[in-house]
Design a protein around this ligand. Sequence first.
Ligand code: VTB
Length: 314
Amino acid sequence: MSIDKKFVDQLVKVTSKAALASSYFVGKKDKIAADKAAVDSMRFNLNNINMKGEIVIGEGELDEAPMLYIGEKLGTNHGPQFDIAVDPLEGTNFAANNLPGALSVIAIAEKNKLFKAPETYMEKISTKVNEKNVVDLDYSVKKNIFNLSEYLNKKPENLTACVMNRPRHNEIIKNLKELKVKIKLITDGDVSGALLVTDDKYSVDIFLGIGGGPEGVLAASALDTCNCSFQGRFLFSSDEDKNRAKKMGINDLTKKYELNEIVTGDSIFCATGITSGDLVEGIKIQDNDFISETMVTHKSSGLKKVIKLKQNLS
Ligand code: VTB
């Protein structure tokens, strides 16, 4: 069974309206208000869709998040069953400080076809090369770069690697520097970082590093449609995290997940810009309209494009 294409248009509207709602808080130094606006809007609009949806990746568990919590049912309760992953405001710092790259993100998949990722860190790697044994989480940075260089027939100094700027990535960055690879250092927002390998126009060959697990699953759904590679491995820092993951059904805590284990069926992914960034432009208001840009993918129809929409503000 594949997901009907009509849901693409509906979901683009969901993320574009959530992005609009959050955009009013851009630069207001209030991450919580910017997030809440996106969450409220997303929830309201998802509830108008004819589907039986369930949040598998959301704002947390019921006791931590009043809305869009894991297990929350969404939609009119008529229509197909979907797993839903949301990150209503990806890049809260970007929105609060009016910096490039804040996004409103959603992915839906057929029921039980999206990995239920715990709220923990994930070691990730993505590339535009979808070939086994070229790039792998188990290889050293140097081996990955040499393999990619050979495969793409590009010298290491002509390759670009995207990495999030964190002390935990010092070793990765040191290795990349030694190989003279061009480093694209991002301050936050690794959904977008992982997706920069999806099109040559972004000039990124490989993304690597440790970021949020839920963000890894969201990015994976788009990478799947874009025929790119992705691998992820969860990292747990406390026994509490480990126990929670076990309760969620993860028995092997050190397992390396392949893309086809994270997304196992048809999926739709939408990411609308709140502030303009590498991937898409941010929300612009013109008289009574707002203009949004959304990166959209839909696996079964092979759709992969940026959709620009002009919608009425009221
Ligand atoms: C990660 C990353 C996200 O926040 O979760 C990061 O996946 C938080 O990482 O894309 P730190 O704990 O190291 O700050 C984001 O960058 C979202 O802004």
